[in-house]
Design a protein around this ligand. Structure first.
Ligand SMILES: *Cc1c(COP(=O)(O)O)cnc(C)c1O
Length: 460
């Protein structure tokens, strides 16, 4: 008998069951994404901004779906975000913005904004013809977009990116007069339509740290100055947008006409110091599960994996989990104990994994170094006593259910802590060789939208 540490997935149809079985045969790990959770998260975000007042128009919400929707799958996540009330979608890379339109998300469904390119080589003509809004924050960008629009005979819709203190892209206050002159020239010749102005916040995810609150306040003041300079120059922006997830959740006064939450759509707060997802009524949408490879007994003081950073303290059983850093499992989430080669100074608790035993769930940890395609866990007991065997389904992270057992599902925040990073990197690093499977497609998406998904990826 095999045991599973994840919830028993509610897959009723024969095709859903066949897809689930095929995915397990194809690969010994699966990322299961709940589209109903994505939709509910977006519904919640649209409610959060609904009470905001802006000078121009009601606040709308952009679902940020860059980086394959933070690893959740670009098109499915975008469709769930639209089902939840988003009216904008955003991607960093033009290629992903184009993929959304080409998948069938038309102008009638969503505005799309894209922002990461250089002026030397980018598919501006495709972006313009597919009615994708383009961020512009450099002089090279202005000229390259205007040239493409002129050649096409169709104006490009641009959002002027301003650097209010993030220090990444966007015009600085010093360069802005020249930028306005260049923009005005191309508005007059019909190449550009200035739709919006926008900027990005550096420290909005630390609303309890006074210095950071002051830094965000300063960014807001600078943003307002940019806006009034545009108005004075005769280029008033139709929409202003500044708020990421953190500011969407904590700063209603800067929702303006549009907010741009990313990580909240996937069910996470930006920084664990803000609290946990449930404090913000968000549900983590992804569960990462794997089926165990070798389970076996080893002696006390048996070295585990490269570098012998972990030696078994007692005779025990180990289990091999068939995902590694080539799947995006961070090597920095390796485990080292005091018996290992680095001694007590190198002790590090590895990433957490929920396993199911005949006595209920347990949390065990990565023991020794994460390898390319696998890692090992010391089960802290004998597999025959625990009922653990090869083929069991273990859970690396999920929505955090099961707190009542004392062994709640780990979340991507727990892996982030073990790996010394942020939840964003945990899910965006997951490689696409791990199949993405979707729950609640039928209940979340229209029949037409369901057809935009890979039919092999639908569980329910
Ligand atoms: C990624 C990104 C966002 C979303 O940030 P979250 O912290 O995930 O909400 C918003 N705006 C820009 C420009 C981004 O690059």
């Amino acid at each position: 008998m095999t045991l599973s540490a994840t919830q028993s997935w509610d897959i009723t149809s024969a095709t859903g069951q066949a897809n689930y079985a095929r995915a397990q045969r194809d690969y010994p790990a699966q990322a299961i994404v709940d589209l109903a959770a994505l939709k509910a998260n977006m519904e919640h975000l649209t409610q959060v901004v609904a009470g905001s007042h802006s000078g121009h128009a009601p606040t709308q919400v952009m679902g940020v779906v860059k980086a394959d929707a933070y690893g959740h799958g670009l098109v499915p996540a975008a469709l769930a975000a639209l089902a939840g009330g988003a009216t904008w979608l955003g991607t960093a890379q033009p290629r992903e913005a184009l993929a959304l339109r080409r998948a069938g998300i038309g102008v009638d469904r969503a505005h799309i904004l894209t922002w990461m390119y250089n002026g030397a080589a980018a598919p501006f003509d495709d972006l313009i013809s597919l009615h994708i809004d383009i961020s512009v924050g450099s002089f090279e960008g202005i000229e390259a977009i205007a040239a493409a629009a002129t050649k096409l005979g169709q104006p490009a819709r641009v959002h002027v990116k301003v650097d209010t203190g993030f220090g990444r892209n966007g015009f600085t206050p010093e360069a802005f007069d020249d930028a306005l002159t260049a923009l005005k020239a191309h508005v007059s010749d019909g190449a550009l339509e200035v739709v919006g102005v926008w900027s990005h916040l550096a420290v909005a995810d630390m609303p309890k740290v006074p210095d950071f609150v002051a830094a965000t306040d300063a960014q807001v003041r600078v943003f307002e100055q940019f806006v009034s300079r545009m108005e004075k120059a005769g280029l008033p922006p139709q929409i202003r947008h500044l708020a990421n997830t953190a500011a969407t959740l904590s700063r209603p006064e800067i929702h303006y006409e549009l907010t741009r939450p990313g990580v909240a759509l996937y069910g996470y707060e930006p920084d664990p110091s803000m609290g946990v997802a449930a404090d913000f009524d968000l549900q983590p949408a992804m569960t990462l599960q794997a089926q165990l490879a070798t389970v076996k007994d080893v002696e006390a003081h048996h070295g585990i994996s490269y570098g012998r950073t972990y030696l078994t303290p007692t005779a025990t059983s180990t289990a091999d989990v068939p995902v590694g850093y080539a799947d995006g499992i961070h090597r920095s989430a390796s485990g080292a104990n005091e018996l290992g080669a680095g001694g007590p100074a190198a002790v590090h608790l590895g990433g957490p994994v929920r396993v199911m035993t005949t006595q209920g769930p347990r949390i065990v940890h990565v023991s020794g170094r994460v390898c390319m395609d696998q890692f090992v866990m010391d089960l802290g007991g004998f597999a025959r006593d625990l009922g653990i065997s090869e083929g069991d389904t273990v859970e690396l992270f999920g929505p955090g259910r099961g707190a009542e057992s004392g062994f709640a599902e780990p979340t991507a925040d727990d892996w982030a802590k073990a790996a010394g990073t942020i939840s964003y990197e945990i899910f965006t690093c997951l490689r696409n060789r791990i199949p993405r499977l979707y729950l609640h497609a039928a209940q979340t998406l229209s029949a037409a939208d369901q057809l935009m998904l890979d039919s092999d990826s639908i569980l329910s």
